[in-house]
Design a protein around this ligand. Structure first.
Ligand SMILES: [Zn+2]
Length: 558
């Protein structure tokens, strides 16, 4: 990227500025309660039935906004047949059936004149709100080139009539409408929940420049937020991001466009003013922990996955008791997680238990007597290889490669300890099961360890470690002992569920005469397990666990 590293950070200031202006604006409402252009004093009436519905348009077919009790004061802005466009004291604008109010036809002449001009939308997305301010509810969204009729102009907002007959307020600057007498009022960019409407001039709102430390994380604050190919509004959208998503910022332009990476690895540009920077996550810096792997186990029967860090966010999925989640971020008692199915979302941390995958230290660095292990031959069998890829992970991780990586690490540890090690394969080659067993027999091996990764076709939640042995050969008791040690050590190291020691007549277990075990480290079909298997740190932890199992089997000092 050629963008300068020293860039403005306008959005925080912008946020506070907009907050200040919003507050000021709310304070201004009573004083400016009659619309611009009105020569006569505002026309007031009141509700004369027990409950009158305020609607988004002039008929009962339009959405009901709220019910107004008898006596509610109304400022009448416009009349269309029986229906009145009114404004409440709190600034909310909507339509009521005029015959249930005190409005009479002789008041009609006193209504303020409407502007009646057509205007088009000049930004990709424009929010339509119930009142002239960011704090009012959004009732609709307009798109680039949509046409509206401007009824009234007030400060930076215009009350418009949409093509479908509904009325609402939009931020004036994002339309082609130009008021007759342009005021000098402050601008309130609609940044809180608008799609990508850019602040008019972000670089003018910041006076200092600060150095950004990349990468850092931001949370998406508006929905939907397009992920774009280039840092500009008219660039091709690559996808849609939702509120609550966490993005890693790689770079930033002066115009506050962020180059981001999604949790799934996709990259693109997003409007920085639709995001908020997250504080540094301190918990991931525990000694020995992989900074990218923090787990939480679900302790509730069913835990809702939500679109944001709070109960008011929509539910986007579910996870179940015992499921392991990958913690991506933490905020006010909520975790942003990746679930076993690969989904990203927020869960309440209250219903989870944190699990830290921590190294037990490098035991191979200690001093020990190697003479005890010099006459022991261990065959390490990396499952699959070559044409036979084995299982494939949800993100494409190949089992054959994981098996080989762990096997090569284990070879190194065992050799350093004085063991004689035979590998069935040392690179990405194909060999049959019979060839593997024959190799072990020929080497007169003392121990046979086959290394695999699991997959479940029909259960994405399947997770954890399991170890197999063959129960019907001379060395079955020793095989069971070896399998038990491996199972204990590996599941403790990876902190995934222990699925236990199991019997199976796998060829390499059955056709080898020495004690033999086959370990399935974790499930590639589970997004959380796969992330662990994709971490070199975790593969090393698994290797150390296998190494400890061998030492324990021979009763050697660790
Ligand atoms: Zn396998």
């Amino acid at each position: 990227m050629t963008f300068p590293k020293k860039v403005c950070t306008p959005y925080r200031k912008l946020f506070f500025l907009s907050l200040i202006w919003t507050v000021l604006f709310i304070l201004m409402i009573p004083a400016a309660s009659s619309v611009a252009g009105a020569v006569s004093s505002p026309v007031h009436t009141e509700v004369q039935v027990n409950l009158l519905n305020l609607r988004t348009g002039p008929s009962t077919a339009y959405t009901r906004i709220q019910g107004l009790p008898s006596g509610t004061p109304l400022e009448v802005l416009f009349q269309e047949k029986e229906w009145l466009l009114v404004r409440l004291k709190d600034g909310t604008t909507g339509w009521v059936d005029g015959k249930y109010t005190g409005f009479t036809s002789n008041l009609a002449d006193k209504l303020p004149p409407v502007i009646g001009e057509k205007a088009t939308v000049t930004v990709n997305l424009l929010n339509v709100r119930l009142g002239a301010g960011l704090n009012y509810q959004r009732i609709n969204q307009l798109h680039l080139h949509d046409t509206v009729t401007v009824y009234f102009h007030e400060s930076d907002w215009v009350l418009v009539r949409l093509a479908d007959g509904t009325s609402g307020w939009v931020y004036r600057e994002y339309t082609s409408f130009t008021p007759q007498a342009a005021g000098t009022e402050p601008q309130i960019p609609d940044i809180n929940a608008t799609g990508e409407n850019p602040p008019s001039a972000p670089h003018q709102l910041t006076s200092t420049e600060e150095e950004e430390q990349y990468p850092y994380k931001v949370i998406v604050t508006s929905t939907p937020l397009p992920l774009r190919e280039q840092p500009q509004l008219n660039s091709t959208p690559l996808g849609e991001l939702t509120k609550g998503m966490i993005l890693t910022v790689l770079d930033k332009t002066k115009e506050d466009w962020l180059q981001v990476e999604l949790p799934d690895g996709r990259q693109g540009w997003v409007a920085g003013w639709c995001t908020q920077k997250l504080e540094e996550d301190k918990n991931s810096e525990e000694k020995g922990a992989d900074p990218f792997i923090r787990l939480a186990a679900v302790t509730a029967d069913i835990l809702r996955v939500r679109s944001g860090p709070g109960l008011d966010y929509t539910q986007t999925g579910r996870v179940f008791c015992g499921n392991h989640l990958l913690i991506q971020q933490e905020q006010n008692g909520w975790y942003y997680v990746r679930t076993p199915t690969g989904q990203y979302g927020w869960v309440s941390s209250e219903y989870t238990t944190p699990i830290n995958i921590v190294s037990r230290g490098n035991s191979s660095a200690k001093a020990y007597d190697v003479t005890q292990s010099q006459n022991i031959t261990v065959v390490i069998d990396p499952g699959h290889g070559g044409q036979d890829k084995g299982a494939t992970g949800v993100s494409g991780l190949k089992e054959k490669n994981i098996n080989l990586t762990v096997s090569l690490y284990l070879e190194e540890l065992l050799r350093a300890r004085g063991f004689n090690v035979v590998m069935t394969r040392k690179n990405d080659t194909s060999l049959t099961l019979a060839e593997r067993a024959a190799l072990a027999e020929k080497a007169k091996a003392d121990l046979f360890i086959s290394i695999h990764a699991n997959a479940s076709l029909n259960n994405k939640y399947a997770s954890g470690t399991e170890t197999y042995y063959y129960q019907n050969k001379k060395t079955s008791p020793q095989s069971l002992y070896l399998a038990s040690l491996i199972q204990q050590e590996v599941s403790a190291a990876l902190k995934l569920p222990s699925l236990g020691v199991k019997k199976a007549p796998f060829h390499v277990l059955r056709e080898t005469s020495m004690p033999a075990a086959l370990v399935e480290l974790a499930f590639l079909s589970n997004a959380v397990d796969e992330t662990i298997l994709a971490s070199d740190h975790c593969l090393k932890l698994a290797t150390e666990a296998l190494y400890r199992a061998v030492l324990r089997y021979y009763n050697l000092n660790q």
